[in-house]
Design a binder for this molecule. Structure first.
Ligand code: GRG
Length: 291
């Protein structure tokens, strides 16, 4: 059942993204072509699926949440494009194909990231089915969680961490760089469902737990998979000598920590007076995934 929810949601998101970033006829048609190259056809769609699931679980209408879900995926994709640039992680592969700057150029990749970033906020400001308050709340959540105290702050801390760092420091980086975008998905879902601030804050705590667990598992898979998410045999974290949960705790202890966080997340869901089976199943899939 959960697998069919995931595949149906993935398809809805894919179709909507295709419509929101169409092929265009213009002298700058290359921009949409490049955005579609990075955005379409791959990616696990974790954040938009969580957004849709949070909306549904808190009694909202999923269709209303589809554009916000796509806006979130655009911000995530822009961050991946910029993260792969030579001035950052300098990765050659992403989502199973050459990175955008390898396919086109560094200039086009930078501008495509900028385009997806600005498009996301244009979309949120233009949704017809939401109230003005909902739109402003969505824009604020996405800006704060992906911004200078959220994902971008995490990326700055990561760039600065050139030598081995402590577990506490690593947790701070990933709380911002990874968990904040997962939390954004849940908060945005709560806004789409017009949930109470208490229910929204329970989802934020759940997001902090599963976001951290997701990053731990990502580090583990980067070491244990024969091919990393970038399609290479050795992850760029390993090549760059970066501190990871695995380098600090080892594989077994890292997986134990991820599983404990999952249990805490599932426990938090019980505080919500809704059927949270969907969010529970998604958390399990996220943390116990093998790819
Ligand atoms: C450049 C501002 C800026 C931020 C970059 C997202 C990010 C921040 C860096 C990517 C590198 C990385 C390993 C980040 C941790 C978060 C993470 C695991 C991202 C990958 O997300 P997935 O696995 O990717 O959901 P897909 O391709 O499935 O969407």
């Amino acid at each position: 059942m959960i697998q069919s929810y995931i595949s149906q949601s993935t398809e809805k998101i894919e179709q909507k993204l295709k419509k929101l970033i169409p092929e265009i006829e213009a002298p700058y048609a290359l921009l949409n072509q490049a955005a579609r190259y990075s955005l379409l056809g791959s990616g696990k769609r974790i954040r938009p699926i969580l957004l849709l699931a949070a909306t549904k679980s808190l009694g909202g209408v999923e269709e209303i949440a589809l554009v916000p879900a796509c806006a979130l995926e655009m911000i995530h994709t822009y961050s991946l494009i910029h993260d792969d640039l030579p001035c950052m992680d300098n990765d050659d592969f992403r989502r199973g194909k050459p990175t955008l700057h390898k396919k086109y150029s560094e200039g086009i990749a930078t501008l495509t990231g900028d385009f997806l970033l600005t498009k996301a906020f244009e979309l949120l400001a233009s949704i017809e089915d939401l109230t003005e308050t909902q739109k402003v709340d969505l824009i604020k959540i996405l800006a704060v969680r992906s911004g200078g105290h959220g994902m971008i702050a995490g990326q700055v801390l990561d760039l600065q961490a050139t030598q081995e760092i402590t577990l506490q420091h690593l947790q701070q980086i990933h709380s911002k760089k990874t968990a904040d975008m997962i939390i954004a998905a849940l908060e945005m879902g709560a806004v789409c469902a017009k949930a109470s601030s208490l229910h929204q804050s329970i989802l934020v705590q759940y997001g902090q737990k599963i976001g951290t667990a997701f990053q731990i598992v990502d580090d583990v898979l980067d070491t244990t998979s024969s091919h990393t998410k970038h399609g290479k045999e050795i992850s760029s974290d390993q090549l760059n000598g970066k501190t990871t949960y695995v380098s600090l705790l080892g594989v077994d202890q890292s997986l134990d920590v991820a599983e404990s966080l999952l249990m805490e997340a599932l426990h938090l869901l019980q505080e919500l007076p809704f059927d949270t089976e969907l969010l529970a199943e998604l958390a399990k899939i996220l943390v116990r995934r093998k790819i």
